[in-house]
Design a protein around this ligand. Structure first.
Ligand code: SF4
Length: 397
């Protein structure tokens, strides 16, 4: 069954204005061996051109209705600066970036404004600058509090940098999220257990736990192909994830998405926009935006994106125009990554499709195998289903 209206289209059949925006800041001090993100390392000479290009890309919003602010702009419930490392811009660079963003991206009262930060960059002046720019939340790329694990992950900070950074950020009143990585080369289950204890002692409100992935083209992938680095085996990876879920839930964190844990009330509202398939804007190299129908990704290369934006040329990389059915399939995958799962009535209203029509076969199979539950109203993955979820999505897509 397919109905007429969806929450990704308004009554006129056009997508509603986004209430969330992502800005990609492509600068890092050093490229970590496992990282394939869109960034440049050691190229601070490009910051001025990057800021000029962001200012220019924001003029895409000229198409948005002027709401009496004298400038076409978007009113936002969430703004997320990711990277790369936004904190690498330092206090002055961060202020310059926010000054540019705020001409076109206007946070609504109570908006969630997140910046990603590396522990070494976090100083009192940086925290003060971030607060003055309206930042409410900082996502800290800690990855581990164990010196050996940090070294094996090719990170260039020390455990004490993480502790100091979290103290500064919490004292400033930010909501703090800490990234933890598991399945690092040589890491044992006992190492992860110690990391979890150390991270829980930091008292952050949010945690993201990711398993190391071996992306093509990275230094880690090449060291693996030469046999110098060895990935953790699947059973160890799984044991690490189970241990993380157990420890964090026992400590009062809600496991609200496959990789994300929050203290009550501490969910990341910006990421919920992605998982709900609501439209969002995005700016910067490699940044992907979604208008409710089409996902457009900017050119991944920082220098190419900058050159093209500043020359007034097309700077788009990929354009993925989903059919309504494909959009509904993606909604199944993103919805089931969340502990709340999918509510049939909401799914129908939002996608225009009956859930059973889109994914009834795979869901029945998962229920038979103890990977999902269905109470007639909600479909949810079980804990076992969440643990193997990455292997399930091909059955829907
Ligand atoms: S700091 Fe983060 S974004 Fe930068 S290279 Fe390392 S993993 Fe990638």
């Amino acid at each position: 069954m397919k109905t007429e209206t969806t929450d990704t289209l308004n009554a006129a059949g056009t997508p509603p204005l986004p209430r969330a925006a992502y800005v990609h800041v492509p600068f890092c001090r050093h490229r970590c061996g496992y990282c394939d993100f869109s960034l440049v390392a050691g190229r601070d000479d490009l910051v001025a051109d990057y800021l000029a290009a962001i200012e220019r890309e924001l003029t895409r919003l000229d198409a948005v209705p002027d709401r009496g602010r004298g400038n076409a702009c978007l009113e936002l419930a969430s703004l997320y600066l990711g990277g790369g490392t936004p904190s690498h811009l330092g206090p002055d660079g961060l202020k310059r970036l926010f000054d540019i963003l705020h001409t076109r991206l206007v946070p609504l009262p109570e908006a969630e404004i997140t910046i990603e930060a590396n522990p070494q960059d976090v100083t009192e002046p940086l925290a003060a600058a971030a607060a003055a720019c309206g930042t409410t939340r900082v996502s800290l790329g800690a990855q581990s509090l164990d010196a050996t694990t940090l070294k094996s992950l090719d990170r260039d900070h020390a455990p004490d940098d993480v502790r100091r950074a979290v103290d500064i950020l919490l004292n400033r009143g930010f909501t703090v999220s800490v990234d933890l990585m598991t399945a690092a080369p040589g890491q044992t289950l006992a190492d992860v257990e110690r990391d979890l204890d150390a991270i829980l002692a930091l008292s952050s409100q949010h945690l993201s736990v990711y398993c190391l992935t071996w992306e093509k083209g990275t230094q880690f992938a090449s060291l693996r192909s030469r046999g110098t680095l060895k990935p953790a085996d699947e059973s160890l990876e799984r044991a690490m994830l189970e241990l993380s879920i157990d420890r964090l839930e026992a400590a009062g964190f809600e496991h609200y998405e496959v990789s994300n844990f929050a203290r009550p009330g501490g969910r990341c509202r910006h990421n919920e926009t992605y998982w709900d398939c609501r439209p969002w804007e995005a700016f910067g190299p490699g940044a992907a935006r979604f208008d409710g129908r089409v996902r457009t990704t900017n050119h991944r290369s920082t220098t190419t994106w900058m050159r093209r934006v500043l020359a007034g040329e097309d700077f788009a990389g990929d354009r993925d125009a989903m059919t309504p059915l494909e959009a509904a399939q993606e909604r199944v995958v993103l919805g089931l990554r969340r502990r709340d799962g999918l509510r049939r009535a909401d799914f129908l209203a939002a996608s225009g499709f009956d859930l059973d029509l889109v994914a009834g076969g795979p869901i029945r199979l998962w229920i038979d195998h103890g990977l999902a539950t269905d109470d007639g109203e909600h479909v949810r993955l079980t804990r076992e289903g969440l643990l193997v979820s990455d292997a399930l999505w091909a059955e829907v897509l």
